[in-house]
Design a protein around this ligand. Structure first.
Ligand SMILES: [Zn+2]
Length: 467
């Protein structure tokens, strides 16, 4: 071989070796540099007596292989969760932390996450915490002080409770299983809260009413409201369904029905499913109430009307001589002349103005603190969502839209979206004894007095107080 070509071959070999060496070193360097496990957990802020957390960890390459969660306070560290094995690229580590068992004291501490992956690296890095979250140990439950409450309550009625709460981030009032919101009354730092309470028509007498307060550490305090829930008798009625009525109403209310479906089967879908949908809408609109009262004085009933159906009337629907359905009627049916003006029962803001299944064209007015009024079966609506209305202002005209037999107004009073009897809210004396009295007992200003409870402009369509 000539000398020149031999040295060329050598040069190629040297270059290849050099390339292989550079390649290996950069490959090992890359393996070494791959990021280890990271915590993608929403940082916890508080630790209570018994606090549940879920830590979420992710490995950049390979799998999470070992996890340890420790709580560190004043130089001492305890392991609260430990997992070893191969968990996959993303792992959730749930655990419950019991402060007493761990000997934690109130004050600051930190939650540390120790973790590693199974990705091979030339040099094993030192064990270290991959994340550390400062937390506050809070073992003191909120304090609830009852200031005033409606003493005598009735099924299908309303009530009010005023209280002071300290150290809570979420406060609710419950009537049995029904959980209702409360609202700050006056400056938030004073901690005074007021809640209107809806008592569903079928709430069993003797049901406990409770105020519950929870802080961010999960500490819960609750207190019973001393009151007496009295039974009320509600009427029963039966409605005979005629083919002419079904032929007129079913196509309007269930346009998507199959023509082969018997009218009475379609009617049952309307009477059950569409009715339930309307109930859900009422609850949803109830949660958008203003956080201050917008109303003043009693609700005003429509003038020159005749009542022909009452609140919480249980109705049996009959067709061709058989009982086919039973439903509860949640409003007052008030009849006057056809297309007579429908007026606002009190000052408020339009929270809903649209067709609402069986209710037809419906307006819901928000009066604040969860109190709302509903006007249904309208032939026309003259207001839109967000409009401020005065007491007595015209909202539209009566009609027979929705599941109505003839021209009338279906009127409801709602508290947090739950239908209650309007009788109480039409009665100035009832309001004085059951709503104003507990407020005065609590040393608070009465609703509608010139002094604004919050000292600020009323907030409209506010969300339910955030937890
Ligand atoms: Zn009705």
């Amino acid at each position: 071989m000539p000398k020149r070509s031999r040295s060329k071959a050598w040069l190629i070999v040297v270059l290849l070796v050099l390339l292989a060496a550079i390649g290996s070193v950069s490959y090992l360097g890359w393996r070494q540099s791959v990021r280890g496990v990271v915590s993608v957990t929403t940082p916890p802020r508080f630790v209570g007596h018994k606090t549940a957390f879920v830590f979420t960890l992710e490995a950049a390459r390979g799998n999470v292989a070992r996890v340890e969660i420790r709580i560190v306070q004043g130089g001492s560290s305890s392991v609260v969760a430990k997992q070893e094995g191969t968990f996959g690229q993303r792992v959730e580590v749930p655990f419950v932390l019991e402060s007493a068992t761990l000997g934690l004291r109130e004050g600051s501490a930190s939650l540390e996450v120790w973790a590693r992956d199974d990705f091979w690296r030339p040099l094993r890095p030192h064990e270290r915490a991959i994340a550390s979250y400062p937390v506050t140990v809070d073992l003191t439950p909120p304090k609830i002080e009852l200031l005033g409450a409606t003493r005598y309550l009735s099924q299908g009625g309303s009530g009010l409770v005023a209280f002071r709460v300290t150290g809570a981030s979420r406060t609710t009032v419950s009537a049995g299983k029904l959980v209702e919101p409360s609202f700050a009354w006056g400056p938030p730092e004073r901690g005074t809260r007021v809640a209107l309470i809806a008592l569903p028509w079928d709430l069993p007498p003797g049901t406990a009413l409770t105020i519950t307060a929870e802080d961010e550490a999960g500490n819960v305090a609750s207190r019973g409201i001393p009151s007496e829930l009295r039974p009320r008798r509600f009427p029963r009625d039966s409605i005979e369904l005629k083919d002419a009525f079904l032929e007129a109403k079913v196509p309007e209310l269930l346009p998507q029905r199959q023509p082969s479906q018997p009218l009475v089967d379609s009617f049952l879908i309307i009477n059950r499913d569409l009715r339930r949908q309307a109930e859900e809408t009422k609850r949803r609109i109830g949660a958008t109430t203003a956080d201050q009262p917008l109303w003043e004085g009693p609700l005003v009933p429509p003038r020159k009307t005749k009542v022909f159906a009452n609140f919480a009337e249980t109705r049996t629907y009959r067709y061709a001589g058989r009982d086919i359905d039973t439903q509860v009627h949640y409003g007052y049916d008030l009849a006057s002349t056809k297309q007579s003006p429908v007026t606002a029962a009190n000052r408020g803001v339009v929270a809903f103005a649209d067709p609402l299944t069986i209710y037809g064209n419906t307006v819901i007015l928000d009066h604040g603190l969860g109190l709302q009024t509903l006007y249904a079966h309208l032939s026309s609506m003259e207001v839109k969502v967000g409009d401020e209305v005065a007491k007595g202002q015209e909202l539209g005209r009566t009609g027979a839209s929705g599941l109505a037999l003839g021209d009338h107004l279906h009127f409801e009073v709602l508290v947090h979206g739950v239908s209650v009897t309007p009788i109480e809210w039409w009665d100035a004396r009832w309001i004085r004894d059951h709503i104003t009295k507990p407020l005065l007992d609590a040393g608070l200003s009465e609703i509608g007095s010139r002094e604004e409870p919050g000292g600020r402009a009323p907030a409209r369509n506010a969300q339910r107080p955030t937890p």
